[in-house]
Design a binder for this molecule. Structure first.
Ligand SMILES: Cc1ncc(COP(=O)(O)O)c(C=O)c1O
Length: 389
């Protein structure tokens, strides 16, 4: 590279200032460089993706490698509308209310950029999946985090007070990193607040098929919430294809119309062959989804019991594939995680990376059980043999 770069380091803007690189991905890199077992990033093991859909993707590469219509392959939008009508009891028009995005991440980003702007406030519950923090910032909006770390209970008075000036409420259920599944009662209270304060609800439902409780329901199944909600979800977790980058964004036309403007110019379309494979994926029988949850439930129990046995204090999740676990030392959570990689050969994520305040104190770390049972057993052996806490 020549030496003609701008001498000024501050080439970013207010949109990017202070946005740090994802700590989760940093832990993955550190784990790889030290040959640690990676229970940090939620990446399934090789072999979890159903064979039929891998075959469909390979065939699709030969058959169709050009852009699709920007809103997504019509067959896939139709399949999404049909499946979600069955799953959530809400009819979405595939022409105007279903958009295929480049992952759930893009659905969230497109929604935020389209529907929030400078002066708008965006509420979410903390600890929080880290994406909503930069998404709010990129939109120029103000983030209003509501902390539920202690008992994962909602404080409706605080929520109603925050909602007074807010525009968007983000809800992730099942929730990463806590595994919380919002109950019907909680969603009904949220519905009241959404309508009373004229909010738009952005739901991140990427773990909708990884649930261990009969209480699970989608927010759009509650009252009239579907009229106000942008559902962001996708194929990554349900079909173990995190690298395929296919997301589904379902919303009434007046909301879809706006977020489609960002989607169109940001990405043109999601990867065509993987959209085609998505049609195949959505034709899998109901038993696929039942077995998916059962299989993760076994791994949840394995990791949960193992963490208790090694003297950590885990919170049993009702959904998604993460466990938050408190540790009994005074160490900083980031130092604890680096030491865990160095001394025990296991990678986890420091709890503080799930808070808007970069200096947040957290006495917990997050493990994923998206890996197969033998990997989880190996990790537990290492924790047992090398614990210093
Ligand atoms: C809550 C949540 N939302 C979104 C994503 C990213 O989804 P995608 O791969 O569809 O972009 C993740 C990934 O871990 C997640 O945990």
């Amino acid at each position: 590279m020549s030496d003609r770069r701008r001498p000024d380091d501050a080439v970013g803007t207010r949109r990017t200032a202070g946005v740090a690189e994802s700590v989760i991905r940093e832990m993955t890199r550190e784990a790889l460089s030290r040959d640690a077992i990676n229970l940090s990033q939620g990446i399934p093991d090789v072999g979890e993706t159903p064979t039929e859909i891998r075959t469909a993707a390979k065939e699709a590469i030969d058959a169709e490698s050009q852009y699709t219509i920007t809103w997504g392959l019509p067959d896939l939008r139709e399949a999404v509308a049909e499946r979600y009508a069955a799953w959530k009891g809400v009819e979405y028009d595939p022409e105007t209310e279903v958009t295929i995005t480049s992952g759930t991440s893009e659905a969230i980003m497109s929604t935020m950029l389209a529907l929030a702007g400078p002066g708008d406030e965006v509420i979410y519950f903390e600890p929080v999946y880290e994406s909503y923090i930069p998404a709010s910032q990129f939109a120029g909006a103000t983030a209003i985090p509501l902390d539920i770390t202690d008992d994962l209970e909602l404080d409706y008075d605080r929520l109603a007070a925050a909602a007074e000036d807010a525009r968007i409420l983000v809800l992730n259920t099942p929730m990463n990193p806590t595994g919380k599944v919002f109950t019907r009662e909680e969603l009904e209270r949220i519905e009241e607040i959404v309508f009373e304060h004229d909010l738009i609800l952005l739901t991140d439902e990427i773990y909708e098929h990884i649930v261990y409780t009969d209480e699970y329901l989608s927010p759009v199944e509650v009252g009239d919430l579907a009229d106000r909600t942008v559902v962001c979800t996708g194929m990554s977790k349900t079909f173990s294809v995190t690298g395929w980058r296919v997301g589904f964004c379902l919303a009434p036309e007046y909301l879809s119309k706006e977020l489609r403007k960002v989607h169109d110019y940001a990405t043109i379309c999601a990867p065509t062959p993987f959209q085609r494979a998505g049609v195949e994926a959505l034709s899998l029988p109901d038993s696929y989804y039942e077995e998916l949850s059962r299989s993760y439930e076994r791994r949840r129990d394995l990791l949960y019991d193992g963490l208790v046995e090694v003297g950590l204090d885990p919170v049993r999740p009702d959904g998604a594939y993460y466990i938050m676990a408190r540790y009994p030392t005074d160490e900083d959570d980031i130092e604890f995680c680096y030491r865990l990689i160095r001394e025990a050969g296991v990678a986890a994520v420091p709890g503080s990376s799930f808070y808007t305040d970069p200096d947040a104190d957290a006495d917990w770390i997050r493990f994923t059980f998206s890996r197969n049972e033998s990997t989880i057993r190996d990790a537990l052996d290492r924790l047992r043999e090398n614990r210093w806490w």
